[in-house]
Design a protein around this ligand. Sequence first.
Ligand SMILES: C[S@@+](CC[C@H](N)C(=O)[O-])C[C@H]1O[C@@H](n2cnc3c(N)ncnc32)[C@H](O)[C@@H]1O
Length: 436
Amino acid sequence: MTMVKETKRKPSRQPKKQINRSSFVHEDSPTYLVYTRRKQRASTVAASRKYAVEFVSGAKSIASGWLKTFSLEKAVGFGLPEVDDRYHIWRVPLVKSGTKERIGEVVIDAYTSLVSVSETTAPDVIEARLLGRNPAEKLARCTSGNSTQSLISFVRNTVILGDSEQALLDMPSQSVDLIFTSPPYYNARPEYEDYLSYESYLLKMRRIIHNCHRVLGEGRFFVMNVSPVLIRRASRNEASKRIAVPFDMHRIFIEEGFDFIDDIHWVKPEGAGWATGRGRRFAADRQPLQYKAVPITEYVLVYRKHTDKLIDWNIRNHPDQRAVKESKITGEYDTTNLWRIHPAFHSEHPAVFPIELAKRVIKYYSFKNDVVLDPFAGTGTVGRAAASLSRRFVLIENEPKYIKIICTEMPDWLGAATKDVLFVGCQTPDTASILL
Ligand SMILES: C[S@@+](CC[C@H](N)C(=O)[O-])C[C@H]1O[C@@H](n2cnc3c(N)ncnc32)[C@H](O)[C@@H]1O
């Protein structure tokens, strides 16, 4: 697994423009005024360029995530981040904590919000400067060969209450090894009517997939369980409508930097789809043109974060070769893209997927101790499956009632390890009873 990769700068999308700095920062200005105006300038420029990273706080948060990856966050503070719209980057100065001594900078691609490793001060150099060593010597000792270094993610089991679009911004780049999720349905049920239009739904999904791309390791997999949705007719004179969500999702994945790998079909037992009402009219009348197939499948779409490297590279370059060996899939396995699995039901959530589905995905697309992310966690099925297969998990869910289910059920599937889980934006469950 790769924690950090060299990022290629996206080609300029806007004509380059020279900034007249003197119009914003006057030499005689009091310090606080200079600071405020620079900050304002940065946000104004970022907004007009439609950068993904619009504010100083966002740039700091990404830099902070990057520092955490190398456990440097406590020793390093920040100077004032500045946007450079000639190169479409943010520069976040790094200082020795509690001092003004500059020890490097983090450079962030303003459009993608990825840390540009080639322009960012190397962690080894930062460490050497903190310790007062000669960084050149240290760097010479540490850089061997030209391949990207793979690191084990520092992320521990985490449950986050919040909108995943925002929550993902606080996660370190390339800190996740697999993403498996099923997105919220567009208007499939009254409780999901959160979107003004199908386009606004897709835009939200795009922003989340975009942010997932940053946190996923190079060449690792994003698997999505998704199916067409049925919009019921409003009256007898209207037809119901089916929206082919998976095909729109496919386009988003490709445009956001993923390569298509597989379309797996989760097949449910016959009879499973009868409740949708589809096909009943034909069953009664047997009229041509009225035929409608009862849907008993869902897509499990498999994408890989784009890289020029082969999958073999991910396996050989994994930092824990023992985990690679121990993760081999022995015995029977799914040889085709038809996976027959019974659906699951939860008394308090209308759209859970079966743990068996999550287990198969995790087993085929990750190694032991890898970090599996579900940005639409619901009741936490992915967490349960990950834990049962000795993987770590990050669960993000924006509905407090579902987070409550995760917290209540977690001690049953994670036992005493529940006390080591990081809960963000929600209360740590009471683990006193299970620790006795
Ligand atoms: C299809 S359900 C996932 C169910 C889950 N696979 C399970 O087995 O429990 C989608 C979930 O995404 C949540 N959700 C919707 N929008 C979200 C967002 N922006 N951020 C985080 N969670 C979101 C919904 O509350 C819902 O629980």
